[in-house]
Design a protein around this ligand. Structure first.
Ligand code: SAH
Length: 243
């Protein structure tokens, strides 16, 4: 008893601190969602009158971004900024994640591919909205860390694969939506191939180390697509496995 009591008291103190931190993180996350909502309201040029759906905002409000970044700090995680995740890569600004997710128009029974897993955060957002998410990452350490985070947080509808996402993931598709979070010069044809008719490819298109056009390619028939540019963005380069 003499030994156990101080131990139990310190455990209670740790638990209380964790609960207080959770509550603080929850408040910061809710503020982040309000910031995103305000941006979209003030600038209809990106998403038009339709704006952001409540489903997307809810997914942003439920996903613990601080658990996907190296610092695990809430004040860093819930500022509306991109964050370095190591190995020269960054997790996108939450506003951009919300916009890309909205443009993907994910339905509850949807199957989605993400190319560029990074931290796993965008995959987690998609996992709240879709039936199945497959995500590919080319850097082994990031793929392993993201798979671990997603597993530990219970995202059991997400599969992470290590590899070059240029060729997509045919065994996981066909896809209702594909989200690419690195910038290739042009939309990779295998990704369009693996979209269902009616599906959408959302990606930055343009040169590396420069600004790109956030682009939506919609597959309107087996051999026909329409393309629209939505906003200027700046993403990390899309690398190839033979580079
Ligand atoms: N969606 C991520 C952010 C990713 S940053 C998140 O939510 O955290 C872009 C990622 O794309 C980087 O991790 C980079 O390594 C990866 N990437 C670049 N080229 C790739 C390719 N050809 N195939 C798969 N992943 C690629």
């Amino acid at each position: 008893m003499k030994i156990l009591l101080p131990f139990m008291l310190s455990m209670i103190a740790v638990a209380k601190e964790a609960t207080a931190q959770d509550a603080e993180c929850g408040r910061e996350r809710a503020a982040m969602v309000e910031t995103i909502r305000a941006y979209v309201r003030s600038d209809a040029s990106v998403l038009g009158q339709q704006g952001l759906s409540e489903r997307v905002l809810e997914a942003m409000g439920q996903t613990k971004r601080h658990l996907f970044i190296p610092e695990r700090s809430c004040s860093i995680a819930y500022a509306d900024r991109p964050i370095p995740i190591g190995l020269g890569q960054t997790i996108s600004q939450p506003f951009i994640v919300a916009v890309m997710t909205q443009l993907a128009e994910v339905a509850p029974d949807g199957v989605v591919l993400e190319v560029g897993t990074g931290s796993g955060y965008q995959a987690a957002i998609l996992a709240h909205l879709a039936r199945k998410v497959c995500t590919i990452e080319i850097i082994p350490a990031l793929a392993a860390a993201a798979a671990k985070t997603l597993r530990e947080l219970g995202y059991d509808n997400v599969s992470v694969r290590l590899g070059d996402g240029y060729g997509g993931w045919p065994e996981c598709g066909p896809f209702d939506a594909i989200v690419v979070t690195a910038a290739p010069g042009q939309p990779p044809p295998p990704l369009i191939e693996q979209l269902k008719v009616g599906g959408r490819l959302v990606m930055p298109v343009g040169p590396a180390y420069s600004t790109q056009q956030l682009t939506v390619v919609e597959k309107i028939a087996t051999d026909k697509t329409t393309t629209r540019a939505v906003a200027l963005v700046r993403f990390v380069p899309f690398t190839r496995s033979h580079n």
